[in-house]
Design a protein around this ligand. Structure first.
Ligand code: HAM
Length: 408
């Protein structure tokens, strides 16, 4: 039997309600904030990612699905910021009045070791904003991420922010970091040894225990926790923090947060959940003020984020979002059919027992799959009434049929 490929998954009909919710809420919330949807191709020139995402990153070095056609090297997109930037440049969007706001959703491909929350084909929903350097843009982006997550019923998440500074202050930091780590070089893991020369900032992202211990040494920690960013970058970061406070967004500063893509400067952020195991980031983003210029466009500041939809899905599922609003429990199948249709016509997610099983069996099923049972027993049918049972609290009331909608 031919099976689905390792690290890929079918999304089945019973999962679709939550996928549609993710997609519909994205459209609603992002378009309310002025973002237009963009759909870029799933494959692009390999060079776009090598130059865009960065040739020292794991994504470019180890994880790309690259193939050749007509002597061109093509790659399935591992992320969508580079593709959106290419499109921004190619379609002359710098001529539009700033900010240019775009959102997207779709599959991405990374040849990673599959595990819970990490796939080879996964989906992202994301936004990118072009043309605004001010920290108000950073605040809007983080606020937008939070608003979207809240709309999906996900409230229990942690926002972490950091500032990577500008290329100048970062250079200074990289040198200091290398200097303080030099005596420990031989104790670093193999990946970190490579990072030490190629991209020392990425050392901070290492998950290997022995490396983490080195970062805890007092003199190393002092460099990591020290304020390396220049005055201007620091002012930008302080402004962002004050805007987040104004918006009532809770966050913590994590100086180890460096992100795994090379294009970032100044603000980076991640939103994490405690209920996802080791792959705990649902959202990652940040500012990338040099990318448009580096890919051949006119210098344009930009910031954005992307969220892993499979990770959102598993959180929504564990929070019971997939439940029906109503399960109709009835001794009469015709009455049940009529009531189900009526509720569905009123946009209430409803189902019932097609086989007209015993009342107690139907109630059992209702308490497993729905928030509310709407009960049509003989009494109710005779008197044109319905009983409504809140399945969480077991509270039950009986009302006239025409009062049903007001009481659900
Ligand atoms: P990223 O951190 O690589 O950033 O990915 C963003 C999110 O995609 C992650 O937080 C995670 O939820 C999800 N994700 C990543 N890899 C996988 C995987 N293998 N399986 C399942 N989910 C995954 C970016 O992609 C940037 N383009 C974000 C961005 C947009 N920065 C600025 N604008």
């Amino acid at each position: 039997m031919i099976k689905v490929q390792k690290g890929t998954k079918d999304i089945l009909p019973e999962e679709m309600a939550l996928w549609h919710k993710m997609e519909e809420n994205a459209k609603l919330i992002f378009s309310n904030a002025g973002y237009g949807e963009i759909r870029t191709p799933i494959f692009e020139a390999t060079e776009l990612f090598a130059r865009g995402v960065g040739d020292t990153t794991d994504i470019v070095n180890k994880e790309m699905y690259t193939f050749e056609k007509s002597e061109r090297s093509l790659t399935l997109r591992p992320e969508n910021t580079a593709g959106v930037v290419r499109s921004f440049i190619e379609n002359g969007m710098h001529r539009l009045s700033a900010p240019v706001k775009l959102w997207y959703k779709g599959p991405m491909f990374r040849y990673e070791r599959p595990q819970a929350g990490r796939q080879r084909q996964f989906h992202q929903v994301g936004v990118e904003m072009f043309g605004i350097k001010d920290a108000t843009a950073d605040a809007e982006i983080i606020e937008l991420a939070e608003a979207y997550l809240k709309s999906l019923g996900l409230n229990d998440l942690e926002v972490e922010i950091n500032s990577l500074g500008c290329p100048e202050c970062r250079e200074n930091f990289k040198n200091k970091l290398k200097e303080v780590l030099k005596p420990y070089f031989n104790e670093l893991c193999d990946d970190c040894k490579t990072r030490y020369d190629k991209n020392p900032l990425r050392l901070l992202d290492c998950k290997v225990d022995s490396c983490k211990e080195i970062f805890e040494k007092p003199e190393v920690k002092a460099v990591i926790q020290g304020d390396f960013i220049c005055e201007e970058c620091s002012e930008h970061f302080e402004e962002l923090k004050s805007y987040l406070d104004t918006l009532g967004i809770k966050y913590s500063v994590n100086k180890l947060l460096v992100r795994g893509l090379d294009y970032y400067n100044r603000t980076v952020f991640e939103i994490k959940s405690n209920n996802l195991g080791s792959q705990n980031a649902v959202c990652g983003g940040g500012r990338y003020d040099s990318l448009v210029g580096n890919l051949g466009g006119q210098d344009t500041p930009a910031i954005g984020f992307a969220m892993g939809m499979e990770r959102l899905y598993s959180l929504m599922k564990s929070e019971g979002n997939e439940q029906l609003d109503v399960f109709v429990v009835s001794t009469d199948k015709k009455e049940a059919l009529k009531l189900v249709k009526y509720l569905r016509d009123n946009n209430i997610k409803t189902d019932f027992d097609f086989n007209g099983k015993k009342f107690t069996k139907q109630m059992e099923k209702a308490s497993k799959v729905a928030k509310t049972a709407v009960i049509l027993g003989e009494d109710e049918i005779q008197n044109n009434k319905v009983s409504i049972k809140n399945l969480a609290t077991s509270e039950q009331i009986t009302v006239n049929r025409d009062e049903l909608l007001n009481n659900i």
